[in-house]
Design a protein around this ligand. Structure first.
Ligand code: GRF
Length: 215
């Protein structure tokens, strides 16, 4: 296993995407899991895997900027090759972005640019979408606006409700996200210019798994 590529994962809650990364880390290691919610259930997945966790409770700091400064300091201490947001529900500030240029990725439960923000599944159903899915993208200063790296999609079925569609998309997330992170670690996806570049291998793997990429 090529473990020289170390990532940190930032979470706020359930942590099922963190778990998929733990279970399917092949070409990367997880240096630490950071959370802005000490009670985030997902931290248990990291603990069970022996991955260091750090949580930052707003109540322990005089202000939100102080708390965010502590989080940034902890992120920098890990010297990650990539910062991975997996259900991290806090705005990433410019100083954090500047500390990790083209090195922060996020997973979002919609086919961006459609449905940034919250309640993506309900909004997709209400709009009568035929297809829905998830996106992995570079993080920029906007909300879910960064450059797209890869997407996975599924049909919306006639009897879908929000829960059934969310469950189907979450399964897609658990396949897409580890694939993207392993591919970045192997340099099959290169992000350094701010526009993803894909190797022949990445293109073939994406095609085989019905992932959409953005060459
Ligand atoms: C996922 O749907 C992810 O796409 C979004 O937040 C949710 C996090 O779920 N950003 P989990 O905590 O990984 O289970």
């Amino acid at each position: 296993m090529g473990k020289d590529f170390g990532i940190i994962v930032l979470i706020s809650g359930r942590g099922s995407n963190l778990k998929s990364l733990i279970d399917r880390r092949e070409s990367f290691s997880i240096l630490a899991t950071l959370s802005n919610k000490p009670e985030a259930p997902g931290l248990e997945y990291a603990q069970a895997a022996g991955i260091p966790i750090r949580s930052f409770d707003r109540r322990d700091y005089p202000s939100l900027p102080d708390m965010k400064a502590a989080l940034l300091e902890a992120a920098q201490e890990s010297k990650p090759s990539l910062v991975v947001l997996a259900g991290f529900m806090q705005i990433i500030e410019p100083d954090f972005l500047n500390a990790f240029p083209n090195k922060i990725v996020n997973i979002h439960p919609s086919l961006l640019p459609a449905y940034p923000g919250i309640d993506t599944h309900a909004r997709a159903l209400a709009a009568g979408e035929k297809r829905h899915g998830c996106s992995v993208h570079l993080v920029d200063a906007g909300v879910d606006t960064g450059t797209l790296i890869a997407q996975a999609s599924c049909d919306c079925l006639p009897d879908d409700d929000e829960a059934s569609l969310a469950a189907r998309v979450l399964k897609l997330e658990h396949n897409l996200f580890p694939w993207v992170i392993n591919a970045i670690a192997k340099e099959d996806i290169i992000l350094s210019s701010g526009r993803p570049r894909y190797s022949v291998v990445a293109k073939a793997e994406a095609k085989a798994q019905n992932f959409t990429i953005f060459p």
